[in-house]
Design a protein around this ligand. Sequence first.
Ligand SMILES: [Zn+2]
Ligand SMILES: [Zn+2]
Length: 238
Amino acid sequence: MNELRVVGAANIVAVCYLCNVAGEELRCECACLGTGNGYVHYLCLKASATAANASWVEGDGIDSFISPWKVCGLCHNNYGSRFAMTMAVHFVRSVQENFRPVTDNWKQIESKYYMMSVQLSLQHRMSDWQKDNVMKNANLIMCLIKHEGGSRLTLTSRRWKSIVSNCFQARGVIMLMCGGPESVNNALHEFSMQRSMAASNNDQTGVMRAHRLIEYLEDDFRAGEDLEDYAFQLTLVD
Ligand SMILES: [Zn+2]
Ligand SMILES: [Zn+2]
């Protein structure tokens, strides 16, 4: 592979900044500039983030645990949102495989990333596996919160209520995207749960957002319309 390395301005070949090897599957998903800068193999990135997590201690703070999955190690900018969603999914998997989320801190780490994948999903059309993942993550957040009676993660906290409210929105949108005869009714149910949760949180912006989603669905929907396309339009309502 030596002949593929960066040898000079006239003949620059991108190489992975972690393993120094070129390859077709190299990606550059951040703000790194210049040919050859910021290119990385996804597998190298994953291995490096997992290794960083293994040496992490709770005193370092949650953000430093998450950043290897979210922020480029070279330019320190967040990854672009599609790639960030992929990384979020693999982060959650890595936490489940390698680190048992037994303390509140771990649960917050886990749910923060579930939520990240849910929120990012609302900005993009998704492939089928991404829809499955986002739905799964939205449900996991709700389970996580439901089983946390008595601890700091209970629904009495404003932050958690707003997370659940967002989960209802994501579930509604994905139900529309998946289509089927009950999609519209199911989505309406999710959006009204979203509205109630926002209302109980005194979150007027959240109430209005849910309200507009409901109105849009009730007033504008025409039978036979492509639900996936429609769901995507709904996410742009804000
Ligand atoms: Zn590499
Ligand atoms: Zn970068």
